[in-house]
Ligand binder design. Sequence first.
Ligand SMILES: Nc1nc2c(c(=O)[nH]1)N[C@H]1C(S)=C(S)[C@@H](COP(=O)(O)O)O[C@H]1N2
Ligand SMILES: [Mo]
Length: 428
Amino acid sequence: MTKPPDIDRNVGSASRRRFLREGSALLGGAVIAGGLAGSEARAAENTGNLPPNVPEWMKTPGDPMGTQPYGAPSPFEKDVIKNVSKTLPQYLSASGRTPLQDLDGIITPNGLFYERHHGGVPTIDPAQHRLMLNGLVDRPLIFTMDDIRRFPSESHIYFLECSGNPEYKKPYGKTASDLVGLLSCAEWTGVSLKLVLQEAGLQPGAKWVVAEGADSAAMTRSIPIEKCLDDAMLAYSQNGERLRPQQGYPLRLLVPGFEGNMNVKWLRRLHVTAEPAYSREETSKYTDPMPNGTAREFTFYMEAKSIITRPSGGQRLTAPGFREISGIAWTGRGKVSRVDVSVDDGKSWQQAQLQEPVLTRALTRFRLPWHWDGKPAVIQSRAIDETGYVQPTLAELLAVRGDNYVYHNNAIWPWRIAEDGEITNANA
Ligand SMILES: Nc1nc2c(c(=O)[nH]1)N[C@H]1C(S)=C(S)[C@@H](COP(=O)(O)O)O[C@H]1N2
Ligand SMILES: [Mo]
């Protein structure tokens, strides 16, 4: 894979100013034109809520405090929900995707955090939950949740992504959520796993920590000791509040940048060993058969990836003019160092602006001002991470891995924009 040429940053900001001027003129025109014809405007007109009238919601006091002791989104946002497959059975082995195309910034609200589970979502009483730590340690220990919370805490913003995102054999989704919605990002609070392991004392020969969940799947994964002594953590909170049941309440393992599956939820046991467990999830699953008959297993890190979330599949551009292209990029290897965007089907690329701060193993938002001329276009983004790795096209990925595998698909996802503004998946 070749590295794209560098593009002068100043070009982007100069054209941004121009686009904004043209865009606001155009937008003004569109609002006036659509104001009389649009059905939304008609409905508003009927209720007399548009200027110069005083809207009805100003004429009486609003709802009293206390009708909603735990806040919820506006009823007008009722369609911003998890994307649950209607064709798959959604009980024991289930997934719900984050509606990435409807979100801004980099943090996923807890109610929209993607979920993936293999044995349903257990209802765990934290008072009866225990974490066992045994195997190659000096002192086997059992922790209550109170014990865990007595350790010094830390908070970090990390993304989490399922490595079946999307599964290779069905890259035919319509929306950003269909394609890469098994991806979310939160601020996690918990305790460094290293501290907890030190409390028990690691014995020589300790090379792996086998983590087991307290769900009916008893989902089990082996984590290399280097990661356990680095940035791995035991998390009990997510965006400031305790974990949601779907995210592993009351305690989950977080191995930042590693494939989602290794982040064992409802964590009940850490077994320190010399060898990996070769559990189901690290042999028959989450392993990629290669064209030469071997298999890639224990791949751990999620490679650099990005997607344009706005404008994106399922949305429609209503008029030519200024558009901000916005999307997210991430890499399990550290920080995103650059995102390039192409608006001409990959013929040329421009450097997008990265929203600060750019954090290690967190989502990074990128933006590029754009003027849609009303003609058919293919837009796409590619992420480059701090190791120099460049996100591949689907064709490049297939050339290396063949088409006989389902996990770890980090290909570029281009969107096709038709003349009427309709946006579809250009890889499908
Ligand atoms: N105990 C347990 N841990 C689990 C799972 C599970 O089914 N059981 N699913 C795994 C998979 S496949 C993924 S992608 C992530 C999903 O985390 P989330 O549901 O919080 O998004 O959790 C992992 N940890
Ligand atoms: Mo997963």
